[in-house]
Design a protein around this ligand. Structure first.
Ligand SMILES: Cc1ncc(COP(=O)(O)O)c(C=O)c1O
Length: 303
């Protein structure tokens, strides 16, 4: 794995290449003035974007939830090819589409943020059930509440926030998914809560299925992860990591299942193993899935 500072900082705005630090969009772009638009962060591992099609699908799903037009997939693919030209390192690729019809793609080093190992619960009243609000789950450019929750958790002595819905259910992190292992079963929160449909989580669920680890999604209160054997977080640009503390309660930390899945995920991302998994792969053969409020058929990307 290369050093992050090796990654060239590139951008392409509406199909025009620009150095990232000089790239501009109009001041009155609705993406800037109102956060009206959607984005994706795609992990680049050894120079290759992981599950790019799924990220573009999710961008389309976010835009559809916001009643904005779909992204131009071919144009985005051309942008991505241009910014990744000659790249062999790990990097973070971002895709943006705004209500002013601006399309932008950026490439930079993976984030050097503090790892989310100590979580502090924070209210997330904006996470609303999927069946109650069309906008739910959209990865919109309005990330102010998420970033404020991270800062509030840090002010309370943690690394990052564990977002809790109004009803008291564990939802997600501000920029990562959260799941846990209890009695050999992987427990992610139900997507029906209105959380972001995490692509790293889909990958982890698929890998769990390959290893015959049951996956049971549901609505859980904060005591569920606090009593779990291993609490795990991931995102497109982060490995699968073990959490060591929630609200000052010490957790067991890294364990065998999370460590195995983290290794599997890293190998998959780096193309070290051939996989035949397809989008919606948590329902791959061997997957055992039970989620009372969320049939397995809703597990495919809603793009
Ligand atoms: C709110 C939120 N939840 C979960 C995730 C994880 O999603 P993914 O695994 O696709 O990166 C993200 C990633 O940006 C996020 O912002």
């Amino acid at each position: 794995m290369s050093e992050p500072q090796d990654v060239p900082r590139r951008a392409r705005v509406d199909g025009v290449d620009q150095p990232l630090d000089q790239a501009t969009v109009a001041l009155l772009d609705e993406g800037f003035t109102r956060g009206d638009g959607a984005f994706e962060t795609v992990g680049v591992w050894d120079g290759r974007p992981f599950r790019l099609d799924d990220h573009i699908d999710r961008l389309g799903a976010s835009l559809a939830a916001m009643r904005l037009p779909p992204p131009d997939r071919d144009a985005l693919l051309a942008d991505v090819e241009a910014v990744l030209d000659g790249i062999t390192q790990d990097a973070a690729l971002k895709l943006f589409a705004t209500a002013s019809d601006t399309r932008a793609v950026t490439l930079e080093a993976p984030p050097r943020r503090v790892l989310p190992r100590r979580l502090v619960t924070q209210p997330a009243p904006w996470v609303r059930p999927l069946d109650t609000w069309g906008y739910a789950g959209a990865k919109s450019l309005s990330y102010g509440p998420n970033m404020a929750a991270t800062r509030a958790a840090q002010a309370a002595g943690g690394d990052d926030a564990l977002l809790i819905t109004l009803e008291g259910w564990v939802a997600e992190g501000p920029t990562f998914q959260v799941c846990w292992v209890a009695d050999g079963v992987l427990h992610p929160p139900s997507r029906g809560l209105g959380i972001v449909d995490s692509i790293s989580r889909r990958s982890v669920e698929a890998l769990a299925a390959e290893r015959s680890i049951p996956v049971v999604a549901g609505r859980w209160n904060v005591q569920a992860p606090q009593y779990a054997d291993e609490v795990l977080v991931s995102s497109a640009v982060r490995p699968l990591l073990a959490v060591i503390e929630i609200d000052g309660v010490d957790l067991p930390g890294a364990g065998p299942i999370g460590s195995q899945l983290a290794d599997d995920l890293d190998r998959w991302r780096r193309g070290l193993e051939r996989r035949d998994l397809q989008p919606g792969d948590a329902a791959a053969p061997g997957a055992q899935r039970a989620d009372a409020d969320e049939p397995a058929t809703t597990d495919t990307p809603e793009g």
